[in-house]
Design a protein around this ligand. Structure first.
Ligand code: ZN
Length: 679
């Protein structure tokens, strides 16, 4: 098997990616690229878009296409050899990018084009490419004196290593913990599917009985359903102390010092560039224009939501006391009694809904929604090489049979696959010699796998996650921008990038669209209307508590970076405690170290940017409100969203695009209404 379509565009076959060869291939590629850049740099004086920027973008695109499958395999088919090769290459790639971002010759060429007569004749996307590049050059310390530039480079490299070690520690700590159950009675309360999954995990590990792990589906099932309070506590303790100084593996993969070092280095980096702190540095590339505005935005939402969150918590407490004689609700009780209360009030469980969300129906329905909204067709392509037998490959085309994008989809949790769900760029769109390079996406989830001969059955939460990531995928794949730096999700401000993804989630809550994605896997019957009504009634169950939890993460992240003071050192736990004091309603266990596995901000791109989720929710809720006003499958509104948002990528400012679609700036009303938090 092979990928002629992808190899034609420069993507190496997955089967040819061997840890032994990765390093030399990357080294050679980087050295060739450096030579090409040196050659380009000799034309600085007469630099134009065509003789300078386009070839430079092509060099970087070639590196991305070789690196993307390596980095992807490291995330989804991890092993010791690949991890070592990946980390070694990562250091080299980071060094390459850092050098490029500090190359005065390149900076001067961009600057000359910006100041030259050609600039005004370039189109908006090209101008944005140049403006973004100049901004990023500035942020990469191009104006710094040599000595500071040296320090800047060292910090960047050190941060790249530390963040990678941070996430390796989380993965190792997650994989290390296992519990074998030999007496089925200990699993009382667990739904059959969760038990079957635990049995299958045990079998795969050559054990009899059932095996519980800290993979999210296994952990979540126990926390929500296991009657055995001790078992819940044991798993809770292991989960919330991963990679920390606490818990069953205390000190073994402890991220404490790594986190302190990451914060210190980020702060130093921000100061080098004349920002007051790393939060300011983070906002330089975002839609939000000041730290004050972000803090005010989060406090505003927190103040409005906290009373609702308190009511939510009181309801669980009262329920546990009245119906189960639990006087004091412990952290490992909350999900469990919440689930019981949800069943009590709405008589509905994620488990009851699962038979209605078999994978083929969900995927087929999702594709039908895309067809109705945007007139696009999605079909599976067989005989394409992937990295695992469970992975499928699809193609999106329009009414004129023009292929718009392609994607891999890898849905199930398995060992050595990083947790969570994400969309990543495999190939980006660009135009070269009148040819279009078709975008390709990786869509990765960690859902419960099929059991036996049945199709995989998804919880409604999993369906939401799939729609979310697919929204990112559409943003990446449907772009019509011809320049790689601003096509798809490239060049989109972080706090606006969740607009298309969160927007898609809305279609998991409307009767009209649910009918397309839900059908019983055995009887073929649609989701019964009483179940649908219960489901929507339950939608905002504990939405206050969920809102303040997200705000807790966002405020913690933002304040930790904004308030960092080298004279004091890291105040990670203190800041977290203060934030909880202000916004949270649940008091976690004193040994809870959730921050030690908070990869979004310590190892991902969300540092001083976690608030972006809420910021973008405001945008997506308000955008969907236009569909509520005109009909959720209104083709014209769909076309407007496609043209104003999805196709534009990062070629224009997000506020400008939003106003073009909505006819005005965003307001928070729709988000509060959708969350059931409105006076
Ligand atoms: Zn997302």
């Amino acid at each position: 098997m092979s990928n002629p379509l992808l190899e034609f565009q420069g993507l190496p076959p997955f089967s040819q990616i061997h840890p032994d060869h990765v390093e030399s291939a990357i080294e050679q590629l980087l050295s060739e690229s450096k030579q090409q850049i040196d050659q380009l740099a000799t034309h600085i004086r007469d630099a134009t878009w065509d003789n300078f920027i386009e070839p430079l973008e092509n060099i970087q695109d070639r590196i991305n296409k070789v690196w993307s499958p390596v980095s992807h395999l490291n995330a989804v088919m991890n092993n010791a050899a690949l991890r070592t090769a990946y980390n070694n290459c990562l250091a080299k790639i980071t060094e390459f990018h850092t050098e490029l971002s500090q190359d005065k010759r390149i900076f001067n060429a961009y600057y000359a084009i910006k100041k030259g007569s050609e600039f005004v004749q370039l189109n908006i996307a090209q101008q944005k490419t140049i403006n973004d590049a100049l901004r990023d050059f500035h942020l990469s310390g191009i104006d710094l004196p040599a000595e500071k530039q040296q320090r800047f480079k060292a910090i960047k490299q050190q941060l790249s290593k530390l963040t990678s070690t941070f996430s390796d520690n989380v993965l190792d700590a997650t994989n290390a913990w296992k519990k074998i159950i030999t007496d089925e009675a200990q699993l009382a309360g667990l739904p059959d599917s969760a038990k079957a999954m635990a049995k299958q995990t045990a079998e795969h590990n050559q054990h009899s009985g059932w095996m519980l792990t800290l993979d999210f589906p296994s952990y979540y099932a126990v926390m929500s359903y296991a009657d055995d309070r001790e078992l819940r506590k044991e798993m809770h303790d292991a989960y919330v102390t991963r990679a920390s100084d606490q818990g069953p593996d205390a000190g073994k993969w402890d991220n404490s010092e790594i986190m302190a070092e990451i914060l210190a280095l980020r702060h130093e980096l921000a100061l080098l560039l004349d920002f007051n702190n790393y939060a300011e540095y983070s906002l330089a590339t975002k839609m939000a224009d000041s730290t004050d505005r972000v803090i005010h935005f989060l406090h505003d939402l927190a103040a409005r939501s906290r009373p609702y969150a308190q009511k939510d918590l009181d309801a669980v407490k009262q329920y546990a006391r009245q119906h189960h004689n639990i006087e004091t609700l412990q952290p490992w009780d909350i999900a469990y009694y919440s689930e019981k209360l949800r069943q009590h009030e709405y008589a509905i469980t994620q488990e009851e809904l699962k038979p209605y969300f078999p994978e083929p129906v969900v995927l087929g329905g999702l594709f039908e929604i895309v067809k109705r909204l945007y007139g696009l067709h999605i079909k599976q392509v067989d005989n394409v090489e992937t990295w695992h037998k469970d992975v499928k490959f699809f193609e999106i085309s329009d009414d004129h049979n023009q292929v718009r994008g392609r994607f891999f989809i890898d849905l199930y949790a398995r060992a050595n696959k990083r947790g969570g769900a994400w969309m990543a760029e495999c190939i980006g769109r660009k135009k070269q010699n009148h040819d279009i390079q078709t975008p390709v996406a990786y869509l990765t989830c960690n859902f419960s796998p099929p059991i036996g001969d049945n199709p995989a059955l998804f919880t409604h939460n999993e369906v939401l996650t799939l729609f979310h990531e697919f929204g990112h995928g559409l943003h990446h794949m449907l772009t019509q921008v011809d320049y790689i730096s601003v096509s798809g999700i490239n060049g989109v401000a972080w706090d606006a990038v969740e607009l298309p993804s969160q927007f898609m989630e809305n279609f998991c809550w409307e009767k009209e669209s649910i009918d397309l994605i839900a059908r019983h896997y055995q009887s073929g019957e649609s989701l019964p209307s009483d179940l649908f009504e219960k489901m929507t009634a339950a939608k905002n169950f504990q939405s206050g508590m969920q809102m303040v939890r997200q705000l807790e993460f966002a405020l913690f992240d933002f304040r930790m970076h904004m308030e960092y003071d080298p004279a004091i050192g890291d105040r990670i736990q203190d800041t977290l405690n203060e934030v909880r004091q202000e916004v949270a309603v649940i008091t976690p266990a004193s040994y809870n170290r959730f921050q030690h596995s908070f990869t979004h901000i310590f190892a991902g791109g969300y540092a001083a940017g976690y608030y972006s989720y809420k910021w973008a929710e405001v945008l997506s809720a308000d955008a969907f409100a236009k569909f509520e006003e005109t009909g959720i499958f209104n083709r014209q509104t769909g076309e407007e969203f496609l043209h104003a948002i999805l196709e534009q990528g990062g070629s224009r400012e997000p506020m400008e695009l939003f106003v073009e679609f909505r006819g005005r700036e965003p307001t928070i009303d729709a988000l509060l209404r959708h969350s059931g938090i409105a006076a």
